[in-house]
Design a binder for this molecule. Structure first.
Ligand SMILES: *Cc1c(COP(=O)(O)O)cnc(C)c1O
Length: 351
């Protein structure tokens, strides 16, 4: 029956950092430094855990179908925006694509970037037009605008994964004013930079801004994402969504986490301090980053080789070789706990 599978799934999908983990275990590191997935290393917020535990008592019931309690808590946190939720921002991205993309419809992606946009567009039968960033990984706005011509949807990530690059609000406005399609702005890492894009959704009705609870808010395992959307779009998003997409425990955990200001602000300080140290002490060229990770050029080494060598010293990082157009000499390193970061700085000097 294998011949019935779509061709699309004959090739490899999303790249996980499991190979490096195997190398580290073989070298005797049962608990290596995990700097490959941009997670918050501090453990979840205590308030999130307590709230999730309490919610288990009601888990015989279906969750509220539009996660209204979470949406209300998010509105209290952010102000008066139109907000929709999803199973991680990945779930939001899939659902947004579902609302716009038929077979052969065109989607423009600013690249190199997060690989899931391409996977999700292809799964829906759409076609991706990749538009390369400049040498310094800033967005080539005019090329991006050209790439959007004839497209229904476009993806731009800021701060960008894996480069860390922050795109100025003025560039986003220039793009929004010049394109004739929807723009999905991926703000997974926005808490770690000093730029705020939220007010743009009040001004442009072709903008969706994606957010996640997986990074700054420390709930990667709970799978909660959301988006600021224009009012006109909200009912379409809800119609396309899987019923009861978010589970009640995740909803409760997310509500707990956004009430915990101290947890987030402590983590942000930690990230900013270590981001500076990674930039100045690694000995390699580091791209300026507005995220909880940095991308560095380990040339003359190859990214894949550096990942293996670091894994042998108990440090798991991500090679960027799988990001198309990026070249093969970059690695991406998340800011971990202090001991993990120390171990990384020691190991990178030894390889
Ligand atoms: C982590 C990440 C997401 C998705 O996060 P979820 O865990 O699915 O909420 C989306 N975009 C980028 C760029 C990311 O790095």
């Amino acid at each position: 029956m294998r011949h019935l599978i779509r061709d699309l799934f004959e090739k490899e999908g999303y790249v996980f950092a499991t190979r490096a983990m195997d190398i580290a275990k073989k070298a005797g590191f049962e608990n290596p430094a995990r700097l490959a997935s941009n997670e918050n290393p501090m453990g979840p917020s205590k308030k999130a855990v307590l709230s999730a535990e309490l919610s288990l008592n009601d888990s015989n019931r279906y969750p509220d179908e539009t996660a209204k309690s979470l949406v209300n808590a998010l509105k209290e946190y952010h102000g008066d925006y139109h907000i929709v939720t999803g199973v991680g921002m990945d779930g939001v991205i899939e659902n947004v694509i579902r609302t716009f993309i038929d077979c052969k419809d065109k989607v423009c992606v600013s690249t190199p970037t997060f690989s899931f946009y391409n996977l999700a567009v292809s799964a829906q039968g759409g076609e991706v037009v990749n538009v390369r960033r400049n040498e310094d990984f800033s967005v080539d706005c005019d090329e991006f605008i050209k790439g959007c011509s004839g497209a229904k949807l476009a993806f731009l990530c800021t701060p960008n994964n894996p480069t860390g690059t922050v795109t100025p609000v003025s560039d986003i406005e220039y793009i929004l004013n010049s394109i004739d399609c929807m723009l999905f702005l991926d703000n997974a890492y926005v808490d770690f930079c000093d730029t705020d894009y939220r007010d743009l959704v009040k001004k442009y009705d072709n903008l969706i801004i994606g957010r996640t609870m997986s990074k700054a808010f420390g709930l990667a395992g709970m799978r909660v994402g959301y988006a600021f959307v224009p009012l006109w779009y909200e009912p379409y998003y809800l119609r396309a969504q899987t019923p009861f997409a978010l589970n009640s425990v995740s909803i409760a955990a997310a509500i707990g986490a956004i009430s915990d200001d101290e947890y987030v602000s402590d983590y942000l300080l930690h990230v900013k301090e270590w981001r500076n140290r990674f930039e100045t002490e690694s000995g390699y060229r580091v791209c300026p980053s507005g995220a909880n990770f940095v991308m560095m050029d380990v040339a003359p080494l190859k990214g894949d080789a550096a990942v293996s060598e670091l894994a042998k010293k108990g440090v798991i990082v991500r090679s960027c070789a799988s990001f198309p157009t990026l070249g093969d000499s970059y690695i991406r390193v998340s800011i971990g706990e202090s001991w993990e970061n120390e171990l990384f700085l020691k190991a990178i000097k030894e390889i």
